[in-house]
Design a protein around this ligand. Structure first.
Ligand SMILES: *Cc1c(COP(=O)(O)O)cnc(C)c1O
Length: 236
């Protein structure tokens, strides 16, 4: 089941890259393993996947201990409470869901320097129906400027979880907004931050899930976060 699913997802990604004139291999597959078992993760790993994403720190820590020898790259994609930042800063390679400065500051302070920079994306609220998390578009430039100054973390780009839709053109709209937001932040960055911190690497758009990864790839996604299409429906 998992081997076949991984192949189907990889084929969908390659087909979308081709159809939307994206360079081959420019879209990375992130396997969302929240609520999945160790056996399921190993199944996907054996198909060549090395990037896994988790939404709950405690659940992730238990898996990381058992999978310590696998050389997995771990991504945190869930809501972040202040009391969880140290565990996240110590254990993950990427955090996609930074949506306020306080969280970024804590991750920056708590990242062990010997681990190198923690890669972070700012989560943006791009569809008004889904107001739960993500910074508002109008507050993004100020947050990006502040986050990009912090040591031990490196701002890499933006992430969004839009309200679901079954219609392709509707799926594209919020992803287009996120693409535009990244271009805007990049321009601002060159103007206002260029002197202070060089070598910006804002190359990441974390967008697209099982049901809408083609729409996200059409708008420039560089990480699709895929759970159910690989592992089947989650038991909640
Ligand atoms: C669960 C989750 C996903 C995966 O969604 P699927 O529909 O299972 O592909 C992607 N991103 C985030 C932030 C998630 O929480």
């Amino acid at each position: 089941m998992i081997p076949r699913n991984v192949n189907v997802v990889l084929q969908r990604i390659r087909a979308a890259e081709k159809r939307f004139n994206r360079s081959p291999g420019s879209v990375n597959l992130l396997a969302v393993s929240k609520k999945c078992s160790i056996e399921q993760i190993i199944g996907a790993y054996q198909m060549g996947l090395i990037r896994f994403a988790e939404s709950y720190l405690q659940e992730a820590e238990a898996k990381m201990i058992r999978l310590a020898d696998y050389g997995i790259e771990w991504h945190f994609i869930g809501p972040i409470q202040s009391n969880k930042t140290s565990g996240i800063a110590e254990r993950f390679d990427w955090v996609h869901s930074v949506d306020r400065l306080k969280i970024a500051q804590r991750l920056s302070e708590q990242r062990p320097p010997q681990l190198g920079n923690l890669n972070v994306c700012i989560q943006v609220n791009v569809s008004s129906e889904n107001t739960k998390s993500g910074v508002a578009l109008n507050e993004l430039p100020a947050l990006a400027e502040s986050v990009s100054q912090l040591p031990n973390i490196e701002l890499r780009g933006l992430m969004a979880i839009p309200a679901p839709s079954a219609d392709f053109e509707r799926q594209r709209l919020p992803y287009h907004l996120l693409y535009e937001a990244l271009q805007c932040v990049k321009t601002l960055g060159l103007e206002t931050l260029g002197q202070k911190k060089v070598g910006h690497n804002w190359d990441t758009l974390s967008m697209g899930m099982s049901n809408d990864l083609e729409a996200a790839i059409s708008e420039g996604s560089t990480f699709v976060r895929v759970g159910r299409a690989i592992f089947g429906n989650r038991i909640t």
